[in-house]
Design a binder for this molecule. Sequence first.
Ligand SMILES: [Zn+2]
Ligand SMILES: [Zn+2]
Length: 338
Amino acid sequence: MPTLVKTAPAPAPAAPKRGGADLPRLVGWQGFTVRVPNTWDLTGFSGANESGYLRVDDGNGEQGLEIKWATEPRKAKTPPDVTVRRDSYFSALRKTARKKRITLETKETDAPRAVLRPERGAAGFSWVGDRKAVGVVWHCTACRRTVIAQVLGDRSGKNGLSAVAAGVLGTLRCHPEDPEWRVWALYDLQTEVPSDYKLVGQQLMNVYLRLQFARGTSRLSVEQWALANIARHGDYLDEWLRGNTKGLMREARYVVDEGEAHGHAALLLSGGPALGVPMLHAAREALHLRRPATRFGAVAWHCEETNKIFSIQGFRTRRQEDPVEAMVGRTRCHEDRG
Ligand SMILES: [Zn+2]
Ligand SMILES: [Zn+2]
């Protein structure tokens, strides 16, 4: 599983209190959203929409959250017994502990009150080995995900581990409130992408973040550069973007218009696939009787307040509505930060 470079967390003025812990930071990944302390961020992930793993922690190995999930098949008649899943999790833990010669104590508990929802069957647990964990196993009948989530900390339970665990687990959602849109939030990027697009690639660095998505032949890319005006050296945004983007516009020919995004001057790009390779790609799609994504649209802007450049780019089919503009509105710029 890739380990990521961590961004220095931005100070957040308004910190909502949940379960006694400060949880100002929103992380969104593969349909999950969770609020965590300001010093935590995404540090590891694997898998995809159907099943996967996610780690969000403080980068020092002191406290953090781990989530593992799997999606139950649609044809499954009865929801899985979460206490059975907890048992098998415990036996997996014991096996690892034996190998590492660590004494492990596991405890079955009621699920924390904060995680109870009508659509969830839930069972709680805690364990103490080389670290201490407070967690929960649940199955959600709305998204069919079975989730094991645990907050880890020092084995003494210091730094308010149980309060942090209750707070963080209480904010964890396994499916979005609006089924049409998924929040993707990490490293101070917060955007939303139509739920039927799947993540197909990412580049996650301190100063540059890129997420790529696909749905059939349609594709989307979201990019965010931090410290933008230093990097721009006075270049016009369109020149700068052409030189720096790794998004879809490299495969497009387009015209540039001027527009607005979050009150900033924005570039509006529209067109189609560039001649040559992308054109061939579209022709191949057409031969396979898949409707080719022949429409290109993009919006890019520089946010002076946060010193960032954003670019959202998409290829879509002729019949499909362009999601880019709605995504621009749902991408957090300088307003309501924190
Ligand atoms: Zn769910
Ligand atoms: Zn802005």
